[in-house]
Design a protein around this ligand. Structure first.
Ligand SMILES: Nc1ncnc2c1ncn2[C@@H]1O[C@H](COP(=O)(O)OP(=O)(O)OP(=O)(O)O)[C@@H](O)[C@H]1O
Length: 258
């Protein structure tokens, strides 16, 4: 893999020195920078309240930065609002679906909204339904689906679009082991086709194995960044779980428990 400084492509996501949050008097993010290149899977990790969701809201253009900026494929939200939004698909931790649309109708609506070719999107929908073992549920309404199945519908919609930037918030909780395997395969596929993926999760072993790079947020600051092995080396630990604990403890200037 090329080193970041050798890349010539425009990053799918570039957050530069972003300060932001819910009130200018008490920022949540303090000069946060992160970059995700096309074809990369970057893991965003941090304790509860570290600022991951707030960073994602800024990337999605749902919050206005107090300072710094976010660019998606080189453009800010102010440059071209419509294009900026069309570049990204977001899968929140909590599924939100239209109660009166079946799974198939959700996917057709997504394909239409993103202007996807009808034939190839129908083919991809069938492939994704197969990957996530959802073929029999394509005609079902959300109210009749389990929590994990609803999460699968959200993921299938985002993967159908395969946009330049895919942001996924905690996808592993609630999915069965085969669905996790299917998701990881589908992410590999999206990545191979050039999508950049920012994945926020507390399930560190999955990121240790799958992420190209990690960004560790703590109290709104990036306290470590790099490949999983470099983050573990920085903390002098052999698992990401242990490295994460060591980094957070060091950032708090304290000693470790246990
Ligand atoms: N709607 C809100 N209004 C005011 N403050 C908020 C709001 N949402 C979150 N916060 C605060 O912003 C900080 C960062 O929260 P955020 O939701 O970004 O954390 P997170 O890293 O996503 O945590 P988690 O792992 O629990 O999802 C916290 O101090 C939280 O209390």
């Amino acid at each position: 893999m090329a080193l970041p400084q050798q890349r010539t492509t425009v990053p799918a996501l570039e957050m530069k020195q972003l300060t932001g949050g819910y009130s200018t008097r008490k920022p949540v993010l303090h000069g946060v920078s992160m970059t995700v290149h096309p074809g990369e899977l970057v893991g965003l990790i941090g304790l509860n309240g570290a600022g991951k969701s707030t960073a994602i809201k800024h990337i999605l253009g749902l919050m206005v930065p107090h300072g710094g900026e976010v660019r998606i494929a080189g453009a800010t939200l102010a440059d071209n609002r419509e294009k900026y939004r069309a570049m990204t698909a977001y899968v929140p931790e909590q599924p939100s679906l239209f109660p009166n649309l079946s799974v198939r109708e959700h996917m057709r609506w997504t394909a239409m909204a993103y202007g996807l070719d009808k034939e190839s999107s129908e083919r991809k929908m069938a492939e994704l339904a197969d990957t996530f073992r959802m073929t029999e549920a394509l005609g079902a309404l959300p109210g009749t689906l389990s929590k994990g199945m609803k999460q699968k519908v959200m993921l299938m919609n985002a993967l159908l679009v395969s946009p330049p930037l895919l942001i996924i918030d905690e996808p592993f909780l609630g999915l069965d082991p085969l669905a996790i395997k299917g998701l990881l395969a589908a992410l590999e596929d999206a990545r191979a086709k050039g999508s950049a993926i920012l994945l926020s999760s507390h399930i560190l072993p999955a990121l240790e194995r799958r992420a190209d790079r990690l960004i560790v947020l703590h109290r709104g600051h990036v306290i470590a960044e790099g490949t999983p092995s470099s983050v573990m080396a920085q903390a002098r630990e052999s698992t990401l779980d242990d490295a994460f604990e060591a980094l957070v403890t060091a950032a708090e200037g304290g000693s470790r428990r246990g």
